[in-house]
Design a protein around this ligand. Structure first.
Ligand code: NAD
Length: 244
């Protein structure tokens, strides 16, 4: 069987690292792209292709993809995971910060999808997975820009699914709840700073705090060869979080 290949953005840490390791564990050849070097991820994956680039920069994306193609010759899966998650009261969000969040969380997944399209088409099929957020339905008050950007990402997911379906390319989103990553612990984990793990636990159906590994089975299901009729969907994996 042909070895399948995957590119994960934001792979240096957190969910991106978990996704990259999980895909490698399933036999994928994996490339990771991040603003920073990805030593921890590289240490966990044999023949990892480490790309240091900015997902908001078209030229850097192009250069990174050239390297992926040099190494793999083909590409089957893109996971748009890189994200920016600033916490701020509405009055404190500057237009610059708003635009930065939109660029990283919404424009970049579009740029990445557009850039990989020729390779997925050439492969004859493809899977694009966008990492959205349960912030869209729960709407935390201190994450206005973030929530708006992730809502846009869900819309982008549906539109791309319609546009790319004819090429046998599926596009889906996964919407995690509050997952224990270093960033979530720093920005949203502190009780009293607009939420916190305790608050989230009190509003979800299942007990416990969500860990990166709790998203893995959903990712593997979405990218599976057998999931060709699953497209345009957002899978909430948030323990049944119902309200903020
Ligand atoms: N952790 C959570 O609670 C949670 C919940 C819902 C959704 N998400 C989403 O899941 C994704 C990963 O979350 P995480 O907590 O692992 O985040 P994280 O901050 O730990 O990791 C994000 C990675 O993206 C990289 N990145 C940021 N901007 C980039 C850019 N312009 N170009 C390239 N790389 C860039 C960072 O360097 C970092 O390594 C994000 O999209 C986030 O919005 C996270």
């Amino acid at each position: 069987m042909e070895t399948r290949t995957a590119l994960v953005t934001g792979a240096a840490q957190g969910l991106g690292q978990e996704f990259a390791v999980a895909l490698a564990g399933r036999g994928y050849r994996v490339a990771g792209l991040d603003l920073v070097p990805q030593r921890e991820t590289a240490d966990r994956i044999l023949d990892y292709v480490e790309l240091v680039a900015d997902v908001t920069d078209e030229a850097q994306i192009g250069g990174a993809l050239e390297r992926v193609l040099e190494q793999f010759g083909t590409l089957h899966v893109l996971v748009n995971n890189a994200g920016a998650d600033p916490e701020a009261d509405v009055e404190d969000i500057t237009p610059e910060e708003w635009r930065r969040v939109m660029r990283v969380n919404l424009e970049a997944p579009f740029l990445m999808a557009r850039a990989v399209l020729p390779y997925l088409k050439a492969a004859g099929r493809g899977r694009i997975v966008n990492i959205a957020s349960a912030a869209v339905p729960t709407a935390p008050p201190t994450r206005v820009a973030y929530t708006a950007s992730k809502a846009g990402l869900i819309g982008l997911t549906r539109a791309l699914a319609s546009a790319l379906g004819p090429y046998d390319i599926t596009v889906n989103a996964i919407a995690p709840g509050m997952v224990r990553t270093r960033t979530a612990e720093r920005t949203g984990g502190a009780v009293g700073s607009g939420g916190g793990f305790e608050h989230v636990r009190a509003h979800q159906a299942v007990p416990g705090t969500q860990e990166p590994c709790d998203l893995v089975s959903t990712l593997l299901y979405v990218v599976d060869e057998g999931s060709g009729f699953l497209t345009g969907q957002t899978l909430d994996v948030a323990g049944g979080s119902a309200c903020w």
